[in-house]
Design a protein around this ligand. Structure first.
Ligand code: SF4
Ligand code: F3S
Ligand code: FES
Length: 247
């Protein structure tokens, strides 16, 4: 069963742009990205859209569908009524290059600023990782770097000026992952707070709500990281205990 859907798509570049209305055929089982591709194929051959896997795994097709940050390839048309107008706009936190494609360099710059894993002097085979520690980092490593969490976080979504000082939930989670890794010898609490703006996060949990991998970013990464930072800052016993490895 096919029908004609009403789509309103943002067209433009970094200078200016506007929403444009289209009517596009939709077939059973399709997702928003299928419809965008049909638009390209039949009405707007120059419509810019970034995508790759069409399986929710590459993180390329992030956009805002009816104002909600989504992966277009995972957003089923069956979740909308046939008479609904579906608005597709580029993610708002990053500058538009053209149409639905944004410049996400901010994220790669933040990624580069995080010191990588440091295993100290341990030689291969000398360290045995406990299953509980494997599972903890495995949750964080499900991240597909779609940057929907960074896009939705109000700290940078509404305040461009914070970008310099705030790494966003995706990279604060990366710092937390390394901090909680039992074989990483670096103390990452100071850089989380001072260089990457952990203190800006006021636990609104919007990042967790939009994560397509259902990673509990706030509860399992950001809050534990805040607790570690607070422990280091305000509690000398906790600080000493952590140094001795007893807390
Ligand atoms: Fe996307 Fe989730 Fe990774 Fe954020 S944590 S970049 S929302 S997969
Ligand atoms: Fe932003 Fe997530 Fe914190 S949305 S404010 S990083 S809980
Ligand atoms: Fe790869 Fe959507 S195209 S996540």
């Amino acid at each position: 069963m096919s029908y004609l859907a009403k789509f309103r798509v943002w067209r433009g570049d970094s200078g200016e742009g506007a929403l444009q209305d289209f009517e596009v055929e939709v077939n059973e089982g399709e997702v928003v990205l299928d419809v965008i591709h049909r638009l390209q194929a039949t009405q707007t051959p120059d419509l810019a859209v970034r995508w790759n896997c069409k399986a929710g795994k590459c993180g390329s097709c992030s956009a805002e569908v009816n104002g909600m940050p989504k992966l277009m390839c995972m957003c089923r048309m069956s979740t909308f009524t046939e008479d609904e107008t579906i608005t597709v706009t580029p993610v708002r936190t990053f500058p538009v290059i053209r149409d639905l494609v944004t410049d996400v360099s901010y994220n790669y710059e933040k990624a580069r600023q995080i010191p990588s894993f440091d295993g100290g002097d341990v030689k291969p085979g000398e360290f045995r990782m406990q299953q509980v520690d494997v599972e903890r980092s495995q949750e964080f490593r499900k991240c597909i770097e779609c940057f929907l969490c960074n896009n939705v976080c109000h700290v940078i979504r509404d305040h461009e000026e914070n970008k310099e000082h705030f790494a966003g939930p995706r990279f604060l989670m990366r710092i937390a992952e390394l901090e909680m890794h039992p074989a990483d010898v670096k103390d990452r609490r100071e850089i989380a707070q001072t260089d990457h703006g952990l203190g800006y996060c006021n636990i609104t949990k919007c990042c967790t709500e939009v994560c397509p991998e259902h990673i509990k970013i706030t509860d399992n990464a950001l809050i534990p990281m805040k607790e570690r930072v607070a422990g280091k800052k305000y509690d000398p016993v906790v600080w000493l205990g952590s140094k001795l490895g007893i807390v």
